[in-house]
Design a protein around this ligand. Sequence first.
Ligand code: UDX
Length: 455
Amino acid sequence: MRLVMIGSGYVGLVTGACLADFGHMVSCVDKDASRVETLRRGAMPIYEPGLETIAAHNVRDGRLSFTTDLTGSVKGADAVFIAVGTPSRRGDGHADLSYVYQAAREIAMALQGDTIVVTKSTVPVGTGDEVECIVRETRQGSAFSVVSNPEFLREGSAVQDFKHPDRIVVGVQDERARAVMTEIYRPLFLNKSPILFTSRRSAELIKYASNAFLAMKVTFINEIADLCEKVDADVREVALGLGADNRIGPKFLHPGPGFGGSCFPKDTVALVKTAQDHNSPVRLIETTIAINEVRKRAMARRIIYAAGGNVRGKRIAIFGLTFKPNTDDMREAPSISIIQALQDAGAHVSAYDPKGMDQARELWPDVSFHASPYEAAENASAICILTEWEQFRALDLQRLEKIVAQPVLVDLRNVYSEEEVKRFGFAYSAIGSRSRTPAHIADLAAARERLVEAV
Ligand code: UDX
């Protein structure tokens, strides 16, 4: 099949490279000539594990190419995917569809023959109808179908997710489009991935409902974690027992500093807006958003408390800045609000992140960035693990204890256990267990002082 990807961002690139890997001929189009140039050189503009290898392999075999020429690519294509951004619109939080509609107009101008226009971008219910109108108005009499085919790719494991999806959702209105979409995804049927055909509007809503549900699940366990601290329970045990119920499932029950990223924050707000517009408010999601916002600054207060209650003029070391591991993406990362709140309290923030520091430098000229966690931790009154990068699971705590001003570890991802860090003299604050609350840290710190005095 001849396929075209309009937009060579995160979704377009991963989808394009993986579809080429299935044997299709894929042309990835982008308006940004320098991005296309970078891609042609074999470099990836984003960090995504496995993507560079798969792209290089398919470029070499002639199945994957990059271009700025939309018109030439769309001519004679079997399917054209719209994979452009739908950011939050400034001012009202609705999804900004201007890039989608612009792409639809340009595709319409270039269409020849019977082509399927597939919306990959996350778009509100009814966008497919609008795309159809745009194409029809621009090219009266042309043969085309508009399909909704949302993606469910997680950053950091997008290639894996593409190749082993829980489901493929395809919102189609006609048999021919259904047949083409079946052909495109045929290799996945070998992996027994189910394809779910729905109406176009249902497909559009499935994407928002999925992200909103997951954001709600994370927020739920975050609140249960807070309760655990108050009632002397351990959230890890609670999550285990809760997730063992098949109806609930064990995933997305890891408490943390709040959800972030390029999807959950913007998609939850967009769903709330759509629901309000249709006079059918989704109050659970409205509340989820509000809880998540408050949580991030609460995490900063937790760090300040653990560091002794006053961080003015003190150094706080932050390990991990990106919204999750295995990505360089800083969009809506909890670190943004947390670092702001620490700086508001007068702290000097020193930070280390394996992949996100280039992007982070643009956000905070006054944060000091370091080449390793150990450099960042020098003279710190508290270390905070904010993102659970694999390399933070094996920190040399003995070395860290020697270089910090005060051995306090605030573990916002529950990477360690208290037993592990206590052996190295650290006071420990984690999420969702009473034994790790600031009160306990104070006890530990007092015990440590007694120990030092005794020695
Ligand atoms: C998400 C969806 O999972 C994906 O299907 C969709 O296509 C895009 O949005 P992504 O944003 O890459 O993917 O990240 P995800 O792994 O879903 O995590 C989202 C946020 O929730 C992160 O901030 C993460 O740290 C947080 N999270 C996730 C938790 O705090 N606890 C969990 O148990 C899971």
